[in-house]
Design a protein around this ligand. Sequence first.
Ligand SMILES: NC(=O)c1ccc[n+]([C@@H]2O[C@H](COP(=O)([O-])OP(=O)(O)OC[C@H]3O[C@@H](n4cnc5c(N)ncnc54)[C@H](OP(=O)(O)O)[C@@H]3O)[C@@H](O)[C@H]2O)c1
Length: 285
Amino acid sequence: MSVVVTGATGHLGRLVVEELLELGHPAEEITAAGRRTDRLGPLADRGVATTRVDFDDPASLKAAFAGADAVLLVSGSELGRRVEQHRNAIEAAREAGVGHLVYTSAPRATTTSLVLAPEHKATEEILAASGLEHTILRNGWYHENYEQQLHQARETGAVVASIGEGRVASAARRDYAAAAAAVLRAPARHAGAVYELSGDTAWTLDDLAAAVGEALGREVVARNLTPEDHLAALLASGLDEDTARFVVALDGNIRDGELADTSGELAQLIGRPTTPLVEALRALV
Ligand SMILES: NC(=O)c1ccc[n+]([C@@H]2O[C@H](COP(=O)([O-])OP(=O)(O)OC[C@H]3O[C@@H](n4cnc5c(N)ncnc54)[C@H](OP(=O)(O)O)[C@@H]3O)[C@@H](O)[C@H]2O)c1
């Protein structure tokens, strides 16, 4: 069964290809696709086919998807441009006669107030209207999003946020990748499914500080600021205003509980408990 993985030049897509290989999927039935194809060498060395796709170039998408039984559309990284880009990919998949499309979305994409969700909601709607057999993986937060916090805590002994009592049910990228690979191995079994994927445990900022401290082997405290003070601190640290406001808005979403759900669906798909936060942080150290 031939499978195309987009975003294979990025973190998640590469892990999906690795997980497919680990599950015994034949390398010659996998195509790793992305723009910066120079990054695909290590996968090519393992026998995987590689190809260039650009979500802004429909012909590249159609050529890459031709004859594929399943395509994983890893959501793009160019915020504000993704609806058109994802539309191009879905349209290309339809025209190429792809059997099944799997899309990486966001938690409760159609109903959440998460600032990142509107592009995912729009993509889910395009996919529903396309007539393609599909599965939606609503991926929660990555543990690895806290890499920057880890580096800062190493310097300052603190993790800083404005999440109040909000909790985050994050999981390791590799766990989400394993779930995607499991679905790609047997897409018909997951046709029409919408999975809310997250870690088994939802942590608070105090829990994050404890985990970061354990990973670094030093004392780390939690500094839970007001949104106003958080914005001021981010600007003072040199972050540009748009990014700083975005970070504070995301923390507001966390405060409101938008990333706290522990559905258990990720553990079910991968057949094991999700990776604990501290383990992923240790790997980053
Ligand atoms: N759940 C979370 O916590 C979280 C956090 C961050 C991001 N995300 C979302 O999840 C996706 C995967 O995460 P990640 O960590 O793997 O991100 P990543 O390492 O930044 O990878 C993004 C991938 O998207 C590809 N891409 C972007 N624009 C493209 C375009 N116009 N045409 C073709 N490919 C394009 C990139 O290809 P090239 O590198 O070849 O350009 C890259 O392979 C992200 O793109 C984003 O939508 C989720």
